[in-house]
Design a protein around this ligand. Structure first.
Ligand code: 3SL
Length: 235
């Protein structure tokens, strides 16, 4: 049987062998939700980078610069990190360079993977169906918060494990823990999330609509994936 494992924060990545696995990177709030929304609604590609300077260099080459620091759009960029920013007709066919505190960093740190795909609640079933049809083991990489655990990415991991539990087995207890957490929370994800650290951070930025949207399941059926080691496109 294929195996599924969960890396609860990018700081734990050195413990995992990536080269023979498909890695699903998730940053529910908000980077991978924004990437999913953009790619699903017509953005041609998104180039994730870890640093603001790298994003600015791509901006100078003609990419639309996007992303956040402290949750706010970086000065001089055209887009922040709200999924609603990315669902814009003006972005159809365009290429975006994006940097965020945790999400794009987690993608960058996962580059040794056989393949990287981008997960969120917005495309949960599409990701599950895709993985069911592949022959490889899976590692879900939770972007976390500055190297630490977070609730929302672990909830997504639990949701994906729930969908895949008949065709995959989990090795480490993180799979079981995430599944139990999701099964406790799934009746009302928004209420469950209300005491979480990132909910409180984003509430101060007045983006509660972003949170509600990012917690909505199966809004899109797209599977964004990384090609040529660095650019995210639609599968
Ligand atoms: O850390 C990240 O990648 C961001 O998604 C954080 S925020 O939701 O934009 O604050």
């Amino acid at each position: 049987m294929k195996k599924i494992d969960i890396c609860l924060t990018p700081n734990l990545l050195p413990l995992y062998e990536l080269s023979d696995r498909i890695v699903v990177v998730v940053d529910v709030l908000r980077a991978t939700s924004s990437i999913t929304a953009g790619i699903a609604t017509g953005v041609k590609s998104i180039f994730p980078v870890a640093e603001v300077a790298a994003c600015q260099a791509l901006q100078a080459q003609g990419y639309i610069a996007a992303g956040e620091r402290d949750g706010k759009m970086v000065a001089g960029f055209s887009l922040g990190n709200s999924p609603f920013d990315y669902m814009n007709e003006a972005l159809q066919g365009k290429s975006i360079a994006m940097t965020t505190t945790n999400g794009t960093l987690a993608i960058d740190k996962s580059k040794a993977a056989k393949e990287i795909i981008i997960g969120s609640f917005l495309n949960l079933t599409a990701i599950a169906t895709y993985l069911e049809n592949q022959e490889y083991d899976v590692l879900i990489v939770c972007s976390g918060w500055k190297g630490k655990f977070n609730l929302e990415d672990t909830l997504f991991a639990g949701a994906l494990v729930e969908k895949l539990q008949d065709s995959f087995e989990y090795e480490c207890d993180s799979g079981l823990a995430a599944l139990c957490l999701y099964q406790t929370a799934k009746g009302d994800l928004m209420t469950f999330m209300k005491n979480s650290s990132h909910f409180r951070r984003l509430k101060h930025l007045d983006v509660v609509d972003d949170i509600a949207f990012c917690l909505s399941i199966d809004h899109f059926s797209v599977v964004p994936y990384v090609i040529n080691g660095n650019e995210i496109v639609k599968k």
